[in-house]
Design a protein around this ligand. Sequence first.
Ligand SMILES: [Zn+2]
Ligand SMILES: [Zn+2]
Ligand SMILES: [Zn+2]
Length: 471
Amino acid sequence: MASPRATQALLQRSIEAIEASSDTFEELPEALRDLLMALQELLESPGAPSGPAANDARQVLEMVALAGESELRNQQSVTASLEALSLELERRILAAPVALAAGQACPPCGIDGGTEAGRSLGLLAALLSHNPSRLAPELDPTSPLGHRYPFADEKLAMEPGDTIRALEELSDLGLFQRTLVNRIHVCSECERCHLNFREQCPRCDSIDLKVERVLHHFRCGYTGIESEFGSGIELACPKCRRELFQLGQDFDRPHETYVCRHCESLFEEPQIGAQCLACSKESAGHEAPQRAIYTYSPTPLANRAVELGRLTGLEVDSILYDAELKIATRDFLEFEIKRELVRLSRHATAFSTATVSFERHGRTVPIFRDWTASTLRELCVMLAGSLRSLDLVTRLDASRLGILMPEADEAGAAIVRRRLFAELNEMSFVDRSGNDLVPTWTVATWAERRQPIEEVRRFLFPDSNMLKVEP
Ligand SMILES: [Zn+2]
Ligand SMILES: [Zn+2]
Ligand SMILES: [Zn+2]
């Protein structure tokens, strides 16, 4: 089986050959065969890539198997789509992990594998094309925290202790979800887990302790440790000097006690001290900080990070709010609604507001969490293209888009809806499991002269119980 790098080179050569021969068509069959071979190898390789591009590639291969190569080579359109497909495959699946693993910059996306951020993206890309994609810890007595993640150590080119710090940072960015696996105590000084917990005298901190039985002499009431009553066969009370004969009749042994050999204190509960075997720092055991050890699973945001080639600025707002698109912030939408209400109070006019969401079996899907950045942008580009120039779109919450249509009465809003749904029905929208989603529209037209803004807000944010009160 060829390595990913060899497969990538083969893909690259095939694409170049196809590009060079697309006029003459004479050398095409061979280049095409190479390309198909490369695709086949890629899809059969261990940890084969998944996702839409890989599914497309599988479909093309099935098509080839059905049609036969001789028929295929005459179809220019198939060749062109293969070419586009392989470029996409190369960009999305192959190039990033290969270049990043080699510590180079990835040409299509510009991710630099030589930096920590680039290696982190390489790790995410590798995990997302893996099954299972979780990072589970292994026990390792030599690691600072007693656990390690060999796959991440390798991808990040880090020592185990640094790897955990990096994974924690990626989790804080929302790229990993943590699942608790273990809790460990660490040294408060050097943060390593190599602690020796030991029993110490609460008075002088000595570790030279022994456990002795306590004797209670019934007759005089004296209570003391057993060694005070003599070490031979005969037991004598150190207070009243009488001999002790019968357990239960003359004396009993109520409990045991710790005795410090150093300061001779008696105590029932020793103090637990923690000694660091790495830096020799000593502290009380209950003061040793705890660290949680987790399994890390990439979140949907990690898909977006790999797709966009960056670790931050992945939030929907920073992707969507863009000068080209008519996507507004919520504050701006609210500002515009207030303006419409003022206009409404002066002129006999109307405006409409609408929401668009996507459902499966009547359940609304959180598209702003689940969809990739490119799908979201595709939707927004479509919206921007089909709405009127004054209409405004904003993200209301995790699943709904809000649309403001100034000067649109019910008939006007119906026209906008028709045009929009003609476009929406041309596109296909799926959830994370690939199930088809149905676009859903709700609309309200506002035509009363004294319309309070609360009613408009209640329409746009029905679940919100934190409606702002206007003075
Ligand atoms: Zn006695
Ligand atoms: Zn002591
Ligand atoms: Zn230490």
